[in-house]
Design a protein around this ligand. Structure first.
Ligand code: UT7
Length: 326
């Protein structure tokens, strides 16, 4: 059976670190509140002149370097993002141009924080069908330009950066074993950005009414995230005839330490099965899983034939899983 295997990983984050103590000087909050309620200690913030495509292209370049594959051999580039450089062209096209991946088809995919797992699912279908041989799948965000820096409910949660994987066709049983994607649009208002699309275009009125920023009903999202992510993980395990003890590494979307711990507990995961780097990056939306994957991989946390399970959740609402045999 033809599958898509991850043969390279990469990530890139801005140099600038914004700590909880920095935030104490900006909004009415405390390191103690942020740490206990979210698990986040610091996040990375893009500098002037750095965009979503900046980090996406760098992460992709690192994934290509790890695999030893030239950019011209890439057939497909998909960027999962909610903070693209422009409404159009796609950030994927900007990455293609930057990498000189001249043969690739490139497009963005909009599934908020689930964007990477959604994009991975699409790419592995292209490869599994035999239509394409190599795909770059990237999750990339500059969340710091979607939040209101005077709103303590949101500004301290998010961070910037990108992660990428290079997929290649494979027939030895390894690679992506399954993906399961879910959406429930009836909850769209729980987590969204009202401007600057066609409903609230980028005009002065939108700015005056503070409609440009991301808003979230955190409590509601929290409860739905725990349930949906647990179900998505169990669905993936069941589809592959696996149990939780078979998981080599579980890489959940990094939104809140309490969400991750609740899922880990419900699934009965041991600490060594769970990868968390939220404390250093905050919630990087679609970039969170591929950044975590790259760190785990480079740290030697994943061995050949390990089962790696991605579990995503985000605005839409969207959620889903991908189970990989490494
Ligand atoms: O990536 C997509 C998915 N996103 C998520 O999964 C995020 C899910 N939600 C969350 O992570 C959490 O709901 C938050 C971290 C956003 C909020 O945590 P919470 O425990 O749900 O807090 P809360 O909103 O219920 O607020 C609790 C208290 C309130 O005070 P009272 O009413 O109890 O007196 C807030 O006013 O904490 C207060 N509060 C703050 N205090 C200090 C809210 N934000 C802050 C803050 N600093 N930044």
């Amino acid at each position: 059976m033809i599958r898509a295997r991850i043969i390279g990983t990469g990530s890139a984050v801005p140099d600038r670190v914004l700590t909880n103590f920095d935030l104490e000087k900006m909004v009415d909050t405390s390191d103690e509140w942020i740490t206990t309620r979210t698990g986040i200690k610091e996040r990375r913030i893009a500098a002037e002149g750095e965009y979503t495509s900046t980090f996406a292209a760098l992460a992709a370049r690192r994934a290509l370097e790890m695999a030893g594959v030239p950019a011209v051999d890439v057939d497909l580039i998909i960027v999962g993002t909610l903070s693209p450089d422009f409404p159009f062209p796609s950030t994927a096209c900007l990455v293609q141009s930057e990498l000189k991946a001249t043969r690739a088809t490139a497009f963005d995919l909009s599934a908020a924080c689930s964007g990477f797992v959604y994009a991975l699912s699409v790419a592995e279908k292209f490869i599994g069908s035999g239509a394409m041989r190599r795909a770059l799948v990237i999750g990339a965000e500059v969340m710091s330009r979607t939040v209101d820096w005077t709103d303590r409910n949101t500004c301290l949660l998010f961070g910037d950066g990108a992660g990428a994987v290079l997929l290649e066709v494979c027939d030895d049983g390894r690679g992506v074993q399954s993906t399961h994607l879910h959406s429930d649009g009836s909850y769209w208002e729980l987590l969204y950005q009202a401007g600057c699309g066609s409903r609230n275009p980028a005009v002065q009125k939108t700015l005056d009414e503070q409609l440009v920023y991301l808003t979230m009903q955190g409590n509601e999202v929290f409860k739905l995230a725990v349930r949906a992510m647990e179900e998505a993980a169990l669905e993936a395990l069941q589809a592959n005839g696996c149990s939780t003890t078979d998981i080599g590494l579980f890489i959940p979307h990094q939104a809140n330490r309490r969400i991750i711990d609740a899922i880990g507990k419900r699934l009965g995961l041991a600490d060594h099965q769970l990868f968390v780097n939220l404390e250093r990056y905050g919630n990087t939306s679609a970039a969170s899983i591929p950044i975590a994957l790259d760190e785990a991989h480079r740290a030697g946390r994943i061995r050949d034939n390990d089962i790696v399970l991605f579990d995503a959740f985000g605005g839409g609402l969207t959620w889903g899983s991908a189970l990989i045999r490494w």
